[in-house]
Design a protein around this ligand. Structure first.
Ligand code: GDP
Length: 170
């Protein structure tokens, strides 16, 4: 079974739950007293997607305290200007378990995500809601790789998109 490495970088303000999302995905656990990320941390997890193994290489970054929805938009601008062309963007609206503390309407977030062709999922790292689904959606959006030329298995070309990008961000 082919193994593909998918590079994921989590971006967002401090406290939105980036590290908790990674912990839930990789360890299937939640630590309410999780230590703040200093600099960046790195974890991996390999999952099967269709007839491939997808190894997620996940960089969790330290953010700053600001307005999380505005910060998201700033990151998307940065990625559009300086990121690779075929980057997959996934937006996790985390802490959806805190129903009474909602700050961003689901419709506003969804409309924004649609406008930039991003994945949008409301998640809860605490209650394990939709965490795996974010990564499954990323797997789904990653361009298909087809073996090219002969049976050596060493050459690859992309199926649906012109150039290869396995970088993603959420
Ligand atoms: P980061 O700074 O973005 O990496 O955020 P953390 O993962 O450190 O989480 C910040 C705080 O939010 C911690 O106290 C977490 O326990 C809490 N938290 C993270 N995810 C959730 C969630 O889905 N629901 C709730 N209620 N709290 C969460």
């Amino acid at each position: 079974m082919a193994l593909r490495e998918l590079k994921v970088c989590l971006l967002g303000d401090t406290g939105v739950g980036k590290s908790s999302i990674v912990w839930r995905f990789v360890e299937d656990s939640f630590d309410p007293n999780i230590n703040p990320t200093i600099g960046a941390s790195f974890m991996t997890k390999t999952v099967q997607y269709q007839n491939e193994l997808h190894k997620f290489l996940i960089w969790d970054t330290a953010g700053q305290e600001r307005d999380s929805f505005q910060t998201l938009k700033n990151w998307v601008k940065e990625l559009r200007q300086h990121g690779p062309p075929n980057i997959v963007v996934a937006i996790a609206g985390n802490k959806c378990d805190l129903i009474d503390a909602r700050e961003v309407l689901e419709k506003d977030a969804k409309d924004y995500a649609d406008s930039i062709h991003a994945i949008f999922v409301e998640t809860s790292a605490k209650n394990a809601i939709n965490i795996n689904e974010v990564f499954i959606e990323i797997s789904r959006r990653i361009p298909v790789v087809e073996a090219a030329g002969g049976t050596s298995g060493k050459g690859f070309k992309l199926g649906r998109q012109a150039s290869e990008s396995r970088r993603t961000c959420c």
